[in-house]
Ligand binder design. Structure first.
Ligand code: URA
Length: 239
């Protein structure tokens, strides 16, 4: 578990409480304590775990969040439009290193998206070697033809412009125009392109879960902090 030792102003600014130049004012306005003793000296060094703000421990040094992404918000730091990060508290938005989504969902896709400021975790879960299961529910423009389950499970489906076939995917038919699809890859627009390859079109896409994390109990636009340190202590991030 991280527990870095540095100046109070460095802790506060990297966790987004205030900028480094605002730290002096912040310590006057808010009760910042080291081992329960209030401090006013921004240069004082301390371990992260020994600092509190208004009697609350500091936010974790590494964050992992699960959000139920609404439609129309964008998983990007610099595109035009409403960015997913604008749904997070200001303090999280100001963190350095920045919080980024783990992979992306299209603007019109809703559902489970993880966000973290842990670059190694992000890299691990977005690497082509990562085989985290992702479950989607898709609504289709046309009724299914009947051979989609078999074709998706075959491990032989080649998407337009690609040389490597998709890994087998599991599809459950919920109605003639509504399916649940489990995939372990994360290729560009994968689900939409899979149905495109079947001569169909996805009209609505919702990701129910990413690995063990499901948004079934989260309202649209709501997020929760995942106890990342617990996972790290157990030697795993996501199974
Ligand atoms: N597949 C897609 O086509 N879009 C997404 O947003 C996610 C998976």
């Amino acid at each position: 578990m991280q527990n870095s030792y540095k100046r109070v102003d460095a802790h506060l600014s990297s966790l987004g409480y205030c900028s480094r130049s605002e730290a002096k004012k912040f310590l006057k306005m808010f009760k910042v304590s080291i081992d329960d003793v209030r401090v006013f000296d921004v240069t004082k060094k301390a371990y992260h775990n020994d600092i509190s703000v208004e009697n609350e421990p500091l936010d974790a040094e590494s964050l992992l969040l699960l959000m139920n992404k609404p439609s129309s918000v964008i998983c990007s730091h610099d595109d035009a439009g409403v960015l997913i990060y604008s749904l997070l508290p200001q303090r999280f938005q100001r963190r350095n290193p920045k919080i980024s989504t783990i992979g992306r969902l299209d603007a019109d896709t809703t559902g489970a998206i993880l966000l973290t400021d842990d670059g190694a975790l992000n890299h691990k879960l977005t690497s082509p070697k990562s085989d985290v299961s992702k479950v989607y529910e898709a609504t289709l423009a046309q009724p299914l033809k009947g051979d989609e389950v078999e074709i998706f499970a075959s491990g032989e489906l080649l998407l337009h412009g690609e040389k490597k076939p998709l890994l087998p995917a599991k599809m459950e038919v919920l109605s003639p125009t509504h399916v649940r699809l489990e995939i372990s890859e994360g290729r560009y627009h994968q689900v939409k392109r899979m149905f495109g390859a079947m001569g169909n079109r996805v009209t609505a896409l919702h990701r129910v879960s990413f690995g063990e994390f499901s948004v079934e109990n989260l309202e649209t636009g709501e997020y929760k902090v995942i106890d990342f340190t617990q996972n790290a202590q157990e030697g795993k991030y996501i199974t």
